[in-house]
Design a protein around this ligand. Structure first.
Ligand code: FAD
Length: 309
């Protein structure tokens, strides 16, 4: 028996989160296969150390995979695997529970530690508690918080095997897609994240204030839910319990209060810097470095200093 990892293929190749998921998959000491959806080129570049086989399912619909189709495919492969695992991303957290339901097994979501063959640690209550979950023995289906695992190295000699996917589900289809991040690093795996809150006041000011700082640092831009709900930033930028969980080396929180639902998504950051005019704001207690200042003075000043460094 072996472990199957569902790969996430980014524009730049295999996502860092997939290499981290492969490392997590090695926990069971079983052979690890990688399931790659989409073009042959994607499969050819999906070589990760420690992977036995790359299973490649190529069909036009996998250019923009739908959870229904991915669940069907995983379901057709499940009989050969002890564990089906993926990084906790939007596709995996939609597709894997469907497979778990079809097999009448538990779905372990966003495991942060693997304790045994069927025992896991996962955050609950917005990351304020860690639950230890013993799953029933047998097929294990789980997503992992990728940032908690070292990435397996790129490269390897895995055999690439073309597989045939079941017929398309057909109940939904993608009618369009637009990227919100542009040239910036992917939020979930960025080394530096600059996030803004409601206090930015408008979409224009959000961009005008944070983009120069993010450009200077090569950072991804994040936002609080309040900023997203106010229309200052797109949904994809939301960081937190109901957004993306980030774990950068440096997280700069600009004009955001640090509500529990937001900090649930940033706790694994190595260094947190907060800029807020209220010294009592919760983010100031969590931050490694707190600057009590008006963000509209402090951020341009910071950018100016970074330009002269
Ligand atoms: P505020 O809380 O209003 O904070 C604004 C901050 O800006 C204040 O601290 C203020 O002192 C500071 N400020 C104001 N003006 C300036 C200035 N000129 N210079 C410097 N500082 C200034 N939120 C998330 O972020 N992510 C989530 O995933 C998320 N999920 C949620 C899920 C649920 C079920 C619920 C109920 C809520 C969720 N929220 C989430 C919302 C969360 O509870 C907060 O409402 C939100 O994070 C607050 O956003 P904010 O910090 O931008 O705004």
């Amino acid at each position: 028996m072996s472990v199957l990892v569902l790969a996430d293929i980014a524009a730049t190749g295999v996502a860092l989160a997939t290499r981290q998921a492969v490392r997590a998959a090695q926990h069971w000491g079983l052979p690890v296969d990688l399931l790659v959806l989409g073009s042959t080129e994607a499969a050819a570049h999906a070589q990760i150390a420690g992977v036995r086989r790359v299973l490649h399912a190529d069909a036009p619909r996998f250019a923009q995979p739908q959870a229904e189709d991915v669940a069907r495919l995983l379901n057709s492969l499940a009989g050969d695997y002890t564990v089906i695992l993926a990084a906790h991303g939007s596709l995996a957290r939609n597709a894997l529970p469907r497979v778990a339901a079809l097999h009448d097994v538990g779905m372990i979501s966003e495991a942060v530690a693997l304790l045994g063959p069927n025992s896991y640690q996962r955050p609950i209550y917005a990351g304020n508690l860690l639950a230890t979950v013993d799953n029933r023995p047998g097929l294990q289906i789980l997503t992992v918080r990728a940032s908690r695992f070292e990435a397996a190295a790129q490269g390897g000699q895995a055999e690439c095997v073309a597989i045939t996917a079941p017929a398309a589900d057909g109940r939904s289809r993608v009618t369009g897609q637009k990227t919100a991040g542009g040239e910036r690093p992917e939020l979930g795996s960025a080394r530096v994240v600059v996030s803004g809150g409601r206090s930015l006041g408008s979409a224009e000011r959000f961009h005008a204030c944070l983009a120069p700082l993010a450009d200077r640092l090569g950072a991804a831009i994040g936002a609080t839910r309040a900023a997203v709900d106010s229309g200052y930033a797109p949904n994809e930028w939301q960081v937190g319990q109901t957004g993306t969980v980030v774990a950068p080396d440096l997280y700069i929180a600009v004009g955001l209060s640090g509500a529990l639902q937001h900090t649930a998504g940033i706790k694994d950051s190595r260094v947190i810097v907060a800029i807020n005019q209220d010294p009592e704001a919760p983010i100031m207690q969590l931050a490694d470095y707190s600057l009590v200042a008006d963000l509209f003075d402090a951020v341009p000043e910071l950018v100016r200093h970074l330009h002269t460094e």
